[in-house]
Design a protein around this ligand. Structure first.
Ligand code: TXA
Ligand code: MG
Length: 359
């Protein structure tokens, strides 16, 4: 479905008052509640990425989310709650596993897929399960406490990188939403981890800000991400995602500057530049290119900056972004998942990343 063009003059209002504090702004809360009561989605900060939020129980408001983003109708949304009690309003059923996970990781960037007693097909895309999470963000919690559970996908146009600062949302949704609450740069910069917690055995559907190691430590077992070649169990995972307009080529992490992958990246950068392309490189060690971004050693910092870099490089109008991968450990798994989905080419004989559907 093509995204709608709405007649809104978008207002950007600080989520906090005073703006440098972490205290939810009463004015921001009042404005947001006003729109939500009229079944109109608004953009809110969370600790992961900005969300395009609407009351989960309002069919019309949630339908508007799909229209505003141009989101495929078969891709269900996450319902955000302020506490465990609000799960009842959604008919969501906690299993013993889910309760354990929620006690340890909520509020926080963990989404649980649960069975539901209620029919909310506009949120669940007709599935018999519902994805829920309790965000750890002062403004988001205060708003959900007032307005009730909010369905919210990331506040980007479908297919583009998730927004982690207000200017990203403005670039994608200006004119389509009446209100953006500006919470500055967000804590994680990458989406929540999605776990199917309907049975005794957890299934990781989307790696995210809570690492598989953290989950495994609590549960005393190892948690594997689903194989790329298995059918997607989380509908959103079958889509190409997070892609900037520039083409992304992804390389294996380079152990040292003379490793095959480091040499391949540097020679591709030189060849592309010689062919007249504007080339950006994101890597651990300096590479000659039109734009170079040095990968920080701290994976949390990489996660926080990744979508910011992709959008910044798009704004600079580069043709290609060559990225050195990171180690698949901790939040590095989620970083690699997003990079693989953004990439059109995996270097080192990897070819094009496997995908069922492209947007
Ligand atoms: O951090 C986040 O999770 C952000 C913030 C705003 O909370 N939200 C977010 O939402 O990333 P979205 O819509 O961009 O991604 C939700 C993912 C999709 O991959 C979707 O398919 C999956 O969750 N999902 C939702 N409901 C599901 C269900 N019932 N079963 C399996 N997967 C589900
Ligand atoms: Mg998204």
């Amino acid at each position: 479905m093509p995204p709608q063009t709405s007649p809104y003059e978008t207002r950007i209002v600080s989520a906090f008052e005073p703006p440098a504090s972490r205290r939810p702004s009463p004015r921001a809360l009042q404005l947001a509640t006003g729109w939500l009561e009229r079944h109109v989605p608004v953009v809110i900060p969370t600790e992961t990425v900005y969300g395009l939020a609407a009351p989960a129980l309002s069919r019309d408001a949630v339908a508007a989310i799909f229209e505003i983003k141009g989101r495929p109708l078969d891709n269900p949304l996450i319902a955000h709650v302020a506490d465990l009690q609000q799960l009842d309003l959604l008919g969501a059923e906690l299993t013993p596993l889910a309760l354990r996970l929620a006690r340890r990781f909520w509020p926080g960037p963990l989404t649980l897929v649960l069975r539901t007693r209620k029919q909310l097909p506009w949120v669940t895309a007709g599935l018999d399960s519902i994805a829920v999470r309790q965000p750890a963000h002062e403004l988001a919690s205060a708003l959900i406490r007032r307005a009730g559970p909010l369905a919210a996908p990331s506040a980007n146009l479908s297919g583009l990188p998730s927004p982690t600062r207000a200017s990203h949302v403005v670039a994608d949704l200006s004119g389509r939403v009446p209100l953006i609450l500006d919470g500055g740069d967000l804590e994680h910069g990458l989406e929540s981890t999605v776990v199917d917690a309907r049975s005794e055995t957890p299934a990781l559907l989307r790696p995210g800000a809570v690492s598989a190691e953290d989950l495994g430590e609590l549960l005393g077992c190892s948690i594997e991400a689903p194989s790329r070649r298995e059918p997607a169990r989380s509908p959103g995972m079958k889509y190409r995602h997070y892609s900037p307009r520039a083409e992304v080529w992804l390389y294996a992490p380079a152990s040292d500057p003379s490793s095959a992958s480091a040499r391949e990246l540097a020679s591709d950068a030189a060849e592309l530049a010689a062919a007249g392309q504007s080339v950006a490189v994101i890597a651990r060690r300096p590479v000659t290119a039109h734009h170079f971004i040095q990968l920080p050693a701290d994976q949390r910092q990489v996660a926080k900056m990744l979508f910011i870099w992709l959008r910044e490089l798009d704004a600079l109008g580069v043709d290609r972004i060559l990225v050195e991968g990171v180690e698949r450990a901790g939040i590095g798994r989620a970083v690699m998942d997003r990079l693989e989905r953004a990439a059109s080419r995996l270097a080192g004989g990897g070819g094009a990343p496997p995908r069922e559907v492209e947007l």
